[in-house]
Unconditional design. Sequence first.
Length: 239
Amino acid sequence: MLLHNRESYRFFIVLILFGFTIAPVSSQQIRTASQFLQRVSEEYAGFEDYMADIVFTTERERMVGTMYHRRPNLMNIEFTDPQDQFIITDGQFLRVHVPSLNTTLSQRLRTTADAPGGIATAEGLALLRRNFSVAFQASPELVGVNSTANYIEPVGPDTPVVNLRFDTSTPDEGYRQLIVSVDANYRIRRIVGTTVDLNRVQFDFTNIRVNQGLPDSRFEYVSPPASSTFEDFLFDSSN
């Protein structure tokens, strides 16, 4: 199955959204992590769409796929492991298909902020600034990505990265810390998150491509044959 409980799934989505908001700049131009974060929003403003190969790892499972995102709130993750599993949103509904159960989880989204991609806006970045403190993990200098504290397993080469640490004091966020690793070409390579109950999750990003002109059809939902559907699996959309 995709994840083991609703809280873990929500954390999975939040980390993906957070990944769309980060784009590094030269550490020589940045004196503080807050300045880095400000430049991040300026850099990512030029990305109309984004695609990357991803590996999602927890201490109990590993998932592999390709992520597609188009501003402001379209997303599609097509998994090859588990085969035929997907997460897709058209900005109005978020749907997760779990082929091993022949089940689709569906969530009507109440606001832009609920939708994947919604955090990659001025409003979303303002939300980050309210709920997180940000610092360089050690310094603004490049280090090997596999030197990042608390990673679950190495994925790919030991790419040089700058590490940002985001901490939150808001229990409702579902997690307490994120370590975001960005390489010298200004692309995220890894996100490591620690939940409030001290579980860890890891995302690795490779083969990143931006502004490819992703078509509407990439984000259209086609119901799998004979799949059962469960509505409002994250929250009650009627409230």
